[in-house]
Design a protein around this ligand. Sequence first.
Ligand SMILES: Nc1ncnc2c1ncn2[C@@H]1O[C@H](COP(=O)(O)OP(=O)(O)OP(=O)(O)O)[C@@H](O)[C@H]1O
Length: 594
Amino acid sequence: MSHQAYTKPPTGIWDIIAPVKGRIAGAIALSALSSIAGIGALLAIPPIAAALLSESPPAQIWQWIAIALGMVAIAFTARVFAFHVSHIAAFKLEVILRTALTEHLAQVPLGYIITTGSGAIKKIVQDDVKSLHAFVADSTPLFGQAYTIPVLSLIAMFVADWRLGLVTLAVLPVGMIFIRLALRDYAEQRDAYDRANEQINSVIIEFVQGMQVVRTFDDGSSSFARFQNSLDAFTQKLREWNEKTQTSGRLGTLLFEPLPTLLVVSAVGAWFMMQGTLSFPRLLVFLLLAPRLCGAFKPIFTLSYFINQANAGALRIGAVLAEPALPQSEHPQQPANASIALHNVTFAYSDERPALQDVSLDLPAGTVTALVGPSGAGKTTLARLIPRFWDVDNGSIEIDGVDVRQMSSDTLMSWVSFVFQDTFLLHDTIRNNIKLGRPNATDEEVVAAASSAQAHEFILTLPNGYDTIAGERGTRLSGGQRQRITIARAILQDNPIVVLDEATAFADPENEALIQKAIASLTQGKTLIVVAHRLATIMSADQIAVLDQGRLVELGKHDELLANGGVYARLWLRHQQAQNWELKVRSQTLSVKF
Ligand SMILES: Nc1ncnc2c1ncn2[C@@H]1O[C@H](COP(=O)(O)OP(=O)(O)OP(=O)(O)O)[C@@H](O)[C@H]1O
């Protein structure tokens, strides 16, 4: 937790809005004042009516009219200010939350961001913050009126005529009972509804994402049927819930409409008047206040909905802020050369089996080390531990004898570049995306880096060249093009160590050749550690580290390892069979074509 707005991670909605609680209290107070003045204005009407009905209206009538008008003005002004203050509080909170989140996300291990997923994080930073903004801006003033109006109205009614007060009060519990009935096992029903909803969402995502694969096997009808089934289940759940609650729910809400209360109050009030025990101005108090009283209960129900929604967002934001930051050294050190050493490195993602176990490996400066091994062996994990995506659980990783944990983040980032398969481009110009590697680079340097990365030519064909916004409609870049831009970024960075995750699949051989060329210029003279999938990289590597189930099982050059006849030799054989198979398929495709 870094941001001073919170001394500890917030654990719910009231915690999270604490930095703006003064303003929120102000908005609630202003809204309560507005409600009080509104009721005051209504209470000035019966004496005015009484004066008008009398034979000779007294001069005081003007006083009452002035009081009513004054109250209306106060009510209106206070209400406008209440929302003004709550909107300012909402904007302040939004800034505080976004700053706290981005500052904190810059300090948590990069691995946390990868594991959580940038989509989920974006949803928290954008949507959850927005829902809290909406809650503070639009809902907090309602608290002021939700409690003031019912209490004041009932007091005024009981003062005017306690019998009619009791009658009015009697209508409300009946409404409450119906609403309670409607909301019985609400939590359970809501859970079932949410589950059905989630099921639909995941099926839709699967349906859309898997479309390409699914359509290869059928026309999409079987996966559409899965979507249809989830939709049916969802509709069924909704129908059941609705049937169970609709009668009592409707009766309940009806009783909170002004009309039923007004009807009861008018009937009983008229009877009291005929008996001579109630005056018309006093009845008027009821006729004016009853609709306000009923209307005031509605926000209480909607407020609980908004609170639940905002609370869910607040919990997610709190969870991000509670994620421990990557520890920083108090006395950061600088390495002098780009040699890397792993000493007995053990690392586990969770309490399960470690992804890496007791791995020791030396990577002399300026050499190429290829990481190979079966799927899940720990290659990517090892590559990501060097730029500190996570910290090792045991052992250490050193650059020129300096533990990476003893280097400042800036120093580490100026020593290690990484190019991974899931390339990331900002919603910004291509130029700025490349410049991310070195923000003060000149345009010539950007072009030179793009040229070495084999990206210059295709960038010039884009609508605005280097000023084209990446990812904008009409400028969709292919996977290979995106990767070449991230390679240009790394070339510009010109760091002595490059960690590279080779792409497993290329869309076309031309792209593959270009990317290989780009990588060759990036890695020249550097210490390169590469999660290798290509024959060329593996064969020419200075050393090949073979991982299996998180352990380093073999280490050596290509020929030595082949001669050993171990894991590497088996992998190599399978690799070659796959290559031959690929060649066969390609030539068959060709023969079909011709
Ligand atoms: N973010 C993560 N959270 C939890 N477990 C993970 C995570 N990433 C990888 N793992 C697990 O750690 C182990 C090693 O995975 P890793 O991705 O390093 O293997 P790999 O050799 O690179 O595999 P591949 O060649 O398939 O990419 C696997 O058991 C994997 O399931």
